[in-house]
Design a binder for this molecule. Structure first.
Ligand SMILES: [Zn+2]
Length: 554
């Protein structure tokens, strides 16, 4: 842990601190401070002065500055400090529940899924429904979607619902289908598909509505769990996507009793949310929570072939994916939310969905102005001709670097080799003059931002695959990548005056990490461990000593 004054700090600083005890500022000296500048370069600093209001007062190059007045001195022991990282796109309560429910992330085969289901069901005999999340058939040798019969073979007597890793589909067992009143004859609703107990996009609603809703106590537990894990990964701010009204109430409950440590910029799910939250809120609870926008969807996901493409899927030529709304509907939904003052964040994965929402935003930008910061979530598969349309309309690309490393092989199959020029095209987005915000889409991917930073600078996965990086011209510099995970993500949530950088007047949200990201290779960067996480000048998380492997100051 960062040690207090009397440890190993220079005596002159300690003495002056003692003499001026009436002041309550805190100086953290002797740090290897690193952050992204406004133009995406790496900036270094050596010490940080924090006011008793939890905001930054001064950022200094000198590691041991002489100051006339401050109260506490903390010796950083030369360790590396970064601003708190901001995930522009995550699902907070879903993530908390995923951590509490059956975890199927990384299952290596259908048998592995069955084994984990068997173990979890035996360990949770009281669970009325067995809920699981995170399987991905692309990682399995059989590569087929699981069926209700697969699950019935393991748990026949109570409902089981297992969500696919992208959240766009789920498989239900017979008991769950029975509870939902779904039979083999039930037809798919528009925008959805049913396939032997696998419910995709709009069809999953048939099952979802039968799952008993979580209680407030369960929701509080999920939020607490999510915050604990996020802080441990150095995430101090989140663009909280698809916030339901129930989620919003959970965030408010936590804020009321001082249990929000992660700052949440909330995007409420769908235009219907405006019945409960009719307009954006001011920042609440010391800038911990704000309803800032409405989340809309233009299409589904690529893995389940729900992404809406301009031309048919290369590996399934009879479909172009799922178009969720006509152009007129999409415009009307976004316009209605914008008229209420909300920012709009629209999920668009396929090139057709991206082109549609760009056209909508171009019109709304003329009506409401560029600084409404129109957001496209994911912006994964984009026709290169559409990328230059972002900047003039003030459209922000909110992207997730680890989607590139996870989806690369699947994307090549879905699209074929010649339609990937605008895919995961971070550098092209920046060069076009558009703003970029990074996140993870947790729980789809881990909320750990360091594999994201690593993917951003290398276009390689944790094992260094593929050699040289996938489409390496789209690599970012570390400064650009850090910018997208701090200042860019703050800007995307209208929070750049408050967070995203350690600068006078902004919150002292920062982390201490075990290595210097400017001095390690991409694989080591991905394995960076957070040692401490501070929010508003207070330490809110620290790694248990046994688990820490700090690199001491040099
Ligand atoms: Zn998402």
């Amino acid at each position: 842990m960062l040690s207090p004054c009397h440890a190993q700090v220079s005596p002159s600083i300690c003495n002056s601190a003692a003499r001026l005890a009436a002041w309550s500022d805190t100086l953290i000296g002797n740090i290897n401070g690193i952050q992204a500048s406004a133009d995406g370069r790496i900036e270094h600093f050596g010490s940080l002065l924090i006011g008793d209001d939890g905001r930054v007062k001064q950022v200094m190059a000198n590691r041991n500055p002489r100051l006339s007045r401050f109260d506490h001195m903390i010796n950083g022991e030369g360790r590396t400090m970064l601003p708190g990282l901001i995930d522009a796109h995550g699902h907070v309560t879903d993530f908390g529940f995923a951590a509490l429910h059956l975890n199927l992330v990384g299952t290596s085969s259908l048998d592995d899924l069955k084994q984990r289901l068997r173990t979890y069901a035996a360990a949770h005999p009281d669970a009325r429904w067995v809920i699981g999340f995170g399987w991905n058939q692309e990682l399995w040798p059989e590569k087929r979607f699981p069926t209700s019969a697969d699950l019935d073979a393991v748990v026949p007597d109570r409902p089981v619902v297992l969500e696919r890793v992208d959240g766009h589909g789920l498989v239900a067992n017979g008991a769950a289908m029975k509870a939902a009143g779904v039979t083999a004859d039930t037809s798919s609703p528009p925008g959805g598909r049913i396939d032997n107990g696998f419910f995709v996009d709009a069809a999953r609603g048939l099952i979802d509505k039968a799952v008993p809703p979580p209680t407030p106590a369960e929701l509080d537990l999920a939020l607490a769990k999510a915050q604990e894990i996020l802080l441990g990964f150095g995430v101090t701010g989140v663009g909280s996507m698809s916030t339901s009204v129930v989620d919003w109430e959970t965030f408010r409950r936590a804020g009321e009793v001082g249990r929000l440590n992660v700052r949440l910029m909330s995007y409420l799910l769908g235009a219907d949310s405006m019945k409960a939250v009719p307009e954006p809120t001011p920042w609440l609870y010391g800038d911990r929570l704000r309803a800032v926008g409405i989340k809309l969807f233009a299409d589904g996901a690529l893995g389940s072939r729900g992404a809406w493409l301009k031309r048919p899927y290369a590996d399934k030529p009879d479909t172009r994916g799922l178009q969720f709304h006509s152009d007129a509907e999409m415009l009307s939904l976004a316009d209605t939310a914008a008229a209420h003052g909300f920012q709009i964040a629209t999920h668009a994965i396929g090139d057709a969905a991206n082109a549609q929402i760009i056209s909508v935003y171009e019109r709304l930008s003329k009506k409401y102005g560029r600084d409404r910061r129109w957001r496209i979530e994911h912006f994964q598969i984009v026709d290169p001709v559409d990328i230059p349309r972002l900047a003039p309309a003030g459209i922000i690309a909110s992207m997730q670097p680890t989607h590139q490393t996870s989806d690369r092989l699947m994307a090549e199959k879905r699209l074929g080799p010649n339609r990937l020029a605008g895919a995961y095209a971070w550098q092209t987005v920046l060069k076009s003059g558009a703003k970029l915000a990074f996140g993870s889409d947790f729980p789809v991917e881990s909320p750990n931002p360091f594999p994201g930073l690593s993917a951003a600078v290398s276009r390689q996965d944790l094992n260094g695959e593929p050699p040289g990086g996938w489409v390496p011209s789209e690599r970012l510099t570390l400064g650009q990548a850090l910018h997208a995970f701090t200042r860019g993500a703050a800007y995307a949530g209208f929070a750049e005056q408050k967070i995203g950088a350690l600068e006078p007047g902004k919150w002292a949200d920062f982390i201490i990490v075990d290595r210097d990201p400017t001095k390690v290779d991409a694989q080591s960067l991905a394995r960076t461990l957070v040692l401490e996480t501070w929010v508003a000048g207070k330490r809110v998380w620290s790694r248990a000593p046994s688990a820490s492997r700090p690199e001491r100051g040099k």
